[in-house]
Design a protein around this ligand. Structure first.
Ligand SMILES: Cc1cc2nc3c(=O)[nH]c(=O)nc-3n(C[C@H](O)[C@H](O)[C@H](O)COP(=O)(O)OP(=O)(O)OC[C@H]3O[C@@H](n4cnc5c(N)ncnc54)[C@H](O)[C@@H]3O)c2cc1C
Length: 397
């Protein structure tokens, strides 16, 4: 039976980062991906500054930055009044290495890393290999992979489950995925039409608040992306139709002749696994937490999970397995997921949708207070850029 030190399930952004981190640290890794390649889908597009620092340690930040757009400024806008509350990460210049968000599609990262791993002496990438079963003992894990023509078994010391929101590994472990699914769907449309020609002072990242139809406007190198909520009673056929597309663009820029590059519907969840580590298996990324995309925290926090976990695995592979050390991954990352990622994304959604239980005027005023007070502004910038959540993680011993 083929044997390695670490098996990673799933070649999304989180699994690929985990695999490259361990391979660079000198450990043998096999990355198994069910698909024929890294999925090219339009999900995450924002990389926060601490994530870029991690990618820099992997030696890939510069190349990613060349492929993306630097976005130091982001806006909270009021759709009806046009009121804009601006935040500018350039204020962290001299304090942090990357004082901007990077706007770039997540598949650019996964594909770039998969190419590096294919050449890496410590790594092997197995596309078209789905994890279908695993068993673990005190010594390690044995994983069954369904390939195109046969089921093969491999063994390793650890299994990292980066197999996404539907994680079969989480389900086998019987771990509860506590939380809820939003009743509404989220529709994303993308277009090559330059929205800056129609909307004054439009930042690459804009959260637009409105009681009727809030939205997020995001620039990536090839397109503008528009994310709007959609009532659950509206059928998928209608949401993907020209009628819906025309309504969105007519309301936004007064045009119904806009061509779209993509139209995608997402169901959105706020869920966290009850435990992130289980014997020799650990869950990372969407496999152990999902949240709404308002703030751009899902993939970023998954990469932060992988970073933390790889450190524990490195220590265990060097000094011998220690349950306590492995469990520290759960102790550090799970509270951060609850207190920051879940809490902040839910708060961001309430801010945008004028939630009736909230006083929107007060929330807006609070945002303006953050903007106008240098101390509060710096704290807000650092929190939204995810520095604060990493500080919290490191403070947990
Ligand atoms: C509209 C939208 C916008 C978003 N924007 C942002 C953003 O700006 N910033 C941000 O940080 N996050 C964002 N997110 C969230 C982000 O997309 C996810 O958090 C991220 O993709 C999670 O990465 P992952 O690697 O954990 O999982 P995934 O990207 O889902 O990858 C899982 C991989 O595992 C593979 N797989 C599944 N089962 C198996 C198996 N049994 N065996 C082997 N392989 C398997 C899958 O094929 C897939 O390749 C957004 C999400 C949505 C829906």
């Amino acid at each position: 039976m083929e044997s390695t030190q670490v098996i990673v399930a799933g070649a999304g952004p989180v699994g690929t980062v985990a695999a490259l981190r361990l391979a660079n640290l000198g450990y043998k890794v096999i990355l198994c991906e069910a698909g024929a390649n890294c999925a090219v889908d339009l999900r995450a597009s924002t990389f926060h500054p601490p994530t870029l620092e991690m990618l820099d340690e992997l030696g890939i930040a510069d190349t990613l930055i060349e492929k993306g757009l630097k976005a130091p400024i982001y806006h909270f806008r009021e759709r009806a009044s046009g009121d804009v509350v601006e935040f500018d990460l350039s204020e962290l210049e001299g304090e942090e290495k990357y004082p901007f968000r990077l706007q770039c599609e997540q598949h650019v990262l996964s594909n770039m890393i998969a190419e590096k791993l294919a050449e890496h002496p410590n790594a092997q990438v197995k596309f078209n290999h789905r994890v279908v079963h695993f068993a673990q003992s005190d010594e390690g894990v044995e994983v069954a992979l369904e390939g195109p023509f046969a089921v093969e078994k491999i063994k390793g010391k650890y299994l990292i489950a980066a197999d996404g929101g539907n994680s079969i590994i989480r389900k086998w472990l019987g771990v509860e995925f506590e939380g809820f699914t939003y009743p509404e769907k989220f529709l994303t449309l993308s277009t090559k039409v330059e929205l800056k020609d129609y909307i004054d002072n439009l930042a690459y990242v804009s959260y637009v608040s409105d009681p009727k139809e809030w939205m997020v406007l995001l620039r990536v190198p090839s397109v503008w992306r528009i994310l709007v909520p959609a009532d659950e009673s509206q059928s998928d056929d209608y949401l993907l139709s020209d009628d819906k597309k025309n309504q969105v663009f007519n309301d936004l820029i007064g045009r119904t002749d806009v061509e779209t590059e993509h139209r995608t519907i997402y169901r959105v969840h706020q869920r966290v696994a009850k435990k992130f580590n289980h014997g020799r298996v650990a869950l990372v990324g969407d496999a152990c937490h999902m949240n709404n995309p308002l703030g751009g925290f899902g993939m970023n926090s998954g990469i932060h999970d992988a970073w933390n976990l790889c450190h524990k695995i490195e220590q265990n592979l060097t000094h011998g397995h220690d349950d306590e050390r492995f469990a520290m991954y759960d102790r550090q990352r799970r509270p951060v997921t609850h207190s920051f990622i879940q809490a902040q994304t839910m708060q961001n959604k309430k801010m945008l949708e004028h939630n009736p239980e909230e006083n929107h005027g007060l929330r807006l005023q609070e945002m303006k207070d953050f903007r106008d007070d240098p101390v509060k502004r710096k704290a807000f910038l650092r929190k939204q850029a995810m520095f604060t959540s990493l500080e919290l993680e490191r403070s947990i011993k």
